[in-house]
Design a protein. Structure first.
Length: 224
């Protein structure tokens, strides 16, 4: 007499890949793209490597993003623009009474250094792309939030002055920003090991920028 054999349950392999949502794929691609652009620059990054790291096919990548420049805009440019907008919006206006103008300026320069340090890789990726692949950057707009920062800073400087300034506030705010940005992005190159500590470098940057700001204040017999 044959014994009844118990039917074995059908097991679904745990390794079978689940279907990802569009939102999941987009986030994977954007994370992989940001990492690839920061590591390899715009020209060195490839959509094949980005797709591989995002665990999608290159065909899938191009269904979401029509070109590498569009992917760069979404993964690097837009986040940087938003970060800078958030930073600018968080800064107090000249009307805030809690601190003196000098203290506000010192604190602002410190916070600007921290912000630029935090986003230095994104900034460097954008700077390198615009320097070494200028033609490929035609699809990238200006950093609107940076222009907002310049306009706001120039307006605050102009509001403190009486008469003609020694240096145009629109120029001064850009030069001051460039000084801080350069010291942050090229810190290892400009400041060799043993020259100065981080705190000393930060203090030197503050003193330099404050001297520039005060150039106009002195012309107008004021103090920043």
């Amino acid at each position: 007499m044959l014994k009844n054999k118990r039917a074995r349950p059908v097991r679904i392999s745990a390794k079978r890949k689940r279907l990802r949502s569009t939102a999941d794929n987009l986030q994977r691609i954007l994370r992989a793209a940001a990492h690839e652009f920061m590591a390899c620059g715009f020209t060195g990054a490839t959509t094949a490597a980005i797709a591989r790291n995002a665990e999608v096919t290159e065909a899938q990548l191009f269904r979401y993003f029509s070109s590498k420049i569009e992917l760069f805009r979404e993964a690097v440019f837009k986040p940087l623009n938003q970060h800078f907008l958030d930073f600018t919006s968080s800064q107090p206006t000249d009307g805030a009474p809690a601190e003196s103008r000098r203290d506000k300026s010192h604190r602002y320069i410190s916070e600007l250094q921290q912000f630029l340090n935090q986003h230095s890789k994104l900034l460097m990726s954008l700077a390198v792309a615009q320097t070494y692949a200028p033609g490929s950057m035609d699809g990238i707009d200006e950093i609107d939030s940076l222009n907002t920062y310049f306009e706001r800073g120039a307006s605050m400087m102009a509001g403190r002055m009486v008469g003609k300034p020694k240096v145009d506030p629109n120029l001064m705010v850009r030069v001051s920003f460039a000084a801080v940005l350069g010291c942050v992005l090229f810190k290892d190159w400009i400041f060799p090991a043993g020259l100065a500590g981080d705190q000393e470098i930060s203090s030197a940057i503050k003193a330099f920028v404050m001297d520039g700001i005060n150039a106009n204040a002195q012309e107008n017999r004021g103090a920043c």
